[in-house]
Design a protein around this ligand. Structure first.
Ligand code: ADP
Length: 276
C-alpha cells in the first residue's frame, strides 16, 4: 500500500524524488507485514505443541497419577512435542543467524561432494525409519568450492531429509551430480531426487516461503518445521548459489543445488581469498 508523501519544499522537487519515497514506503510496509506474519506463524507453531505438553502434564498430575500405563504413554507424547519445539527453535535460530550475516561472504573452503557423502551416511538411520532407500551416487573426487562447510552441510541435510520424509516408504532417494546446465555456467550442481508423491505445480514457487507446507496438517506430523527450504534458500543466496526444483506429481521431485565454482566466486586478492 503506497502513499505519496508531501515533501517539505513543495512542488519544485523532481518527480524522481517522490517516486523514491513511495517505493521506500511500500517496501517498509511489506517488510513490516512480513515481520508480523512471521511472528504470528512462529507463535502459532510453538503454541500447539506447548498446549499439548501442558495438557498432558496436567493429566499426569491429576487423574493419571496412579496409572503407570497412561503415564508412560503421556510421557512419550510430551517428549515428542518437546522435540518438536526444540527443532522449531533451532530452525528459527538458524534462520536468524543466516539473516544477520547475510552481508558477509563465506570465506572457507568446502567440498560439496564430500559433504553430500557425509550427509547420506548421517541420514541412513532416517532412511531406515521412513522406509525409503537412500543411494549416494557421488564421485570419489570432489570439487573444492568457496563456501561455508557447516551451512552447505545444512542445505544438503534439509534436502535429503525432506526427500526421505516426504518420499516415504518405498521411495528411492538418490544424491548425484547434476548434468552441466548452460543456465548455470561455472557452477556445480548436486541433485537430490526422490520417487515420492511429488509437489503440485502451482505450489512449487511457494516452497521456500517460511512455514509453507504443501499439506499443512499432514506434513506437520512428519516432523517438519516449515522452515527447512527457507533456510536452504537463505544459505544459497549467501553463497550466490541457486536452487532449482522440478517435480512431477505422482512421480517424484528433483531438488538441485547450484554453487559457483572456485574460479567464478573469487579472484586473487578478493576478500574471500585474502582472508585466508
Ligand atoms: P518442513 O520443515 O515442513 O519439511 P520445508 O521448508 O523443508 O518444511 O518444506 C516445505 C514443504 O515442501 C514441506 O512441508 C512439504 O510439503 C514440501 N516438500 C519438501 N520437500 C519435498 C519432497 N521431496 N517431496 C514432496 N514434498 C516436499
Amino acid at each position: 500500500e503506497a502513499r505519496a508523501v508531501a515533501l517539505p519544499d513543495g512542488g519544485d522537487l523532481g518527480t524522481g524524488q517522490v517516486l523514491v519515497q513511495i517505493e521506500d514506503r511500500t517496501k517498509a510496509h511489506r517488510a513490516e507485514a512480513q515481520r508480523r506474519d512471521f511472528l504470528a506463524n512462529a507463535s502459532h507453531e510453538l503454541r500447539t505443541p506447548l498446549a499439548s505438553v501442558l495438557g498432558y502434564v496436567e493429566t499426569l498430575m491429576g487423574h493419571a497419577k496412579d496409572d503407570p500405563d497412561a503415564q508412560e504413554r503421556f510421557l512419550a507424547i510430551i517428549y515428542r512435542q518437546g522435540q518438536r519445539m526444540q527443532r522449531l527453535v533451532e530452525d528459527l535460530m538458524s534462520l536468524n543467524r543466516i539473516e544477520m550475516n547475510e552481508h558477509i561472504r563465506p570465506d572457507t573452503l568446502c567440498d560439496p561432494v564430500q559433504i553430500g557423502r557425509e550427509v547420506c551416511a548421517a541420514l541412513a538411520p532416517l532412511a531406515e525409519d521412513t522406509g525409503a532407500s537412500l543411494h549416494c551416487d557421488l564421485p570419489a573426487e570432489g570439487t573444492i568450492l568457496i563456501g561455508d562447510q557447516g551451512q552447505i552441510y545444512q542445505v544438503m541435510t534439509n534436502l535429503v531429509s525432506n526427500a526421505l520424509r516426504y518420499g516415504g516408504a518405498g521411495a528411492m532417494v538418490r544424491v548425484h551430480l547434476a548434468e552441466a546446465d548452460p543456465s548455470f555456467p561455472n557452477m556445480l550442481g548436486i541433485t537430490v531426487s526422490d520417487t515420492g508423491p511429488g509437489i503440485p505445480r502451482d505450489q512449487l514457487h511457494r516452497l521456500t516461503e517460511r512455514f509453507f507446507r504443501v499439506s499443512a496438517t499432514q506434513n506437520r506430523d512428519k516432523g517438519g518445521t516449515g522452515l527447512g527450504l527457507a533456510i536452504v534458500k537463505h544459505i544459497l543466496a549467501r553463497h550466490r548459489g541457486e536452487l532449482r526444483i522440478t517435480s512431477i506429481p505422482g512421480e517424484g521431485s528433483d531438488f538441485t543445488v547450484w554453487l559457483p565454482r572456485d574460479d567464478s566466486v573469487a579472484k586473487p586478492g578478493d576478500s574471500a581469498l585474502a582472508a585466508r
